[in-house]
Design a protein around this ligand. Structure first.
Ligand code: SF4
Length: 439
């Protein structure tokens, strides 16, 4: 018999679906979409304008003032990327301390930042409650793509994926998801600058009520976002949706939905919602064309099979030849890389009349993996067969290999380092005790 008082919801656990059964994880510190902080202030990062207005009213402003301040704060927060209320120069000087006493503008903490020789940048980030996750920036000649995480860990255990070896800790909040984009813009130094900001460099002091009409946002380095970092974004649908709405809002981060791609391992029931409610491009981690192999390397296949998945792709709202669905295919030696696999891939994509492109990804091995990367010759042969079938199948150039840029590797390296650090500290303690004993 189930005791309602002991249900997961009643004791602070929320069910998160896994590939076999729902996995309960501790509820995040969210009260009405707000992350309370130890100092009692409220973090506005990740909140929409309407919610900020409500909170300003609750804090004591009248409705008109709350609406005006929320509009100003929202603009400074998401469009200008400031991290202090004091920098909001069109808000009266007397008002700024009132805001700082009650509210805060959060960012995930940077634990480690790495820069590859090929320009790839990777950050290990930490939530306010101490959980680590990753973010990667990949610059190319014509674009700069930020790979954003949606969860700490993952429930799905894809066999080729290092994150799949980590248990799911929790969903990232809206603020933690959109905070990654904010951090990347901070690091790339590309928040729009106002004419006044430029003058500031040569002027001492600034009066309130700055003219906000004149700034430039040209020449951005960060042009594209892929929800392809740690976690399955469709298992954190609401937070991912709210975060991407802020990213796409013309008054917010103002990135076009055409430049945002959500990558799923195949959570079929949520795919239509993704197209209808978020409207971003879709990428699917296909990685195999037979039931046996996909069951092994992408275990969610046991729940939603290849045919069901491809039908959901064919039905994806907004998919067209101009907005093709990307199929990710990691090249694993003697596992999924034969000529027959390539031919079956073409057959399946044609059968479902999918506006598709295939990304062939050379496998980036990690310690303990059971797989090897296919040879360059095999990858070329596979790519040629798919191309001959009329489907674009470029081979992705491995990026950031010198900085462990494959998903999940930096977090593990940091954990190893901290264990080594713990051992070293233990040894230092023993030596200190011995020295004390010896007088
Ligand atoms: S590939 Fe994605 S869905 Fe699969 S285990 Fe890794 S993070 Fe999770």
């Amino acid at each position: 018999m189930t005791d309602a008082n002991l249900s997961p919801a009643a004791i602070g656990l929320m069910p998160i679906p896994g590939h076999i059964d729902p996995v309960p994880v501790p509820r995040t510190n969210l009260v009405d979409g707000v992350t309370p902080r130890a100092d009692g202030r409220i973090d506005v990062m990740g909140l929409p304008k309407k919610r900020i207005t409500e909170l300003f009213e609750i804090a004591g402003l009248d409705a008109k003032a709350a609406k005006l301040r929320a509009k100003q704060v929202y603009h400074w927060l998401y469009h200008r990327g400031v991290t202090e209320f004091e920098a909001m120069t069109d808000i009266a000087k007397t008002m700024r301390p009132w805001l700082s006493e009650r509210f805060v503008i959060g960012r995930p903490e940077i634990v480690e930042a790495q820069h590859s020789v090929d320009g790839t940048r990777k950050w290990l980030l930490r939530t306010a409650d101490g959980h680590d996750f990753e973010m990667v920036f990949i610059p190319d000649a014509d674009r700069g793509t930020l790979c954003v995480s949606s969860q700490v860990g993952c429930t799905l255990n894809c066999k080729f994926c290092h994150t799949g070896t980590m248990r799911l800790v929790r969903n990232l909040t809206v603020g933690e998801i959109v905070g990654q984009v904010m951090l990347a813009r901070d690091a790339l130094g590309e928040w729009p600058k106002s004419a006044t900001d430029t003058r500031l460099a040569t002027m001492a002091g600034l009066d309130e009520d700055e003219d906000e009409g004149n700034y430039s946002s040209d020449g951005r380095l960060l042009t594209n976002i892929v929800m392809m970092g740690m976690g399955e974004p469709l298992y954190n649908f609401d937070n991912v949706k709210d975060a991407l709405k802020l990213v796409m809002d013309g008054e917010g981060l103002a990135l076009s939905r055409r430049r945002i791609t959500l990558s799923t391992s195949g959570v079929v029931p949520q795919m239509a919602r993704c197209g209808e409610e978020i409207g971003v491009n879709l990428a699917v981690s296909l990685h195999a064309v037979t039931k046996d192999v996909r069951d092994e390397i992408v275990p969610i296949n046991r729940k939603y099979g290849i045919e069901e998945l491809l039908q959901a792709c064919a039905d994806y709202p907004g998919a067209s030849n101009a907005r093709r669905i990307t199929f990710e295919y990691v090249m694993l030696k003697d596992k999924n890389d034969s000529d027959a696999d390539a031919r079956e891939l073409v057959r399946l994509l044609q059968q479902y009349r999918l506006p598709a492109k295939v990304n062939l990804i050379p496998f980036n091995p990690w310690p303990g993996t059971p797989y090897e990367c296919s040879t360059p010759e095999r990858i070329r042969a596979f790519s040629n067969i798919v191309f001959e079938g009329g489907i674009s199948a470029p081979v992705r150039t491995p990026r950031g290999r010198d900085i462990d840029a494959a998903c999940g590797q930096l977090k593990t390296a940091a954990e190893k380092k901290s264990r080594a650090q713990i051992d070293r500290e233990a040894l230092e303690r023993i030596y200190a005790e011995k020295e004390a004993e010896l007088g």
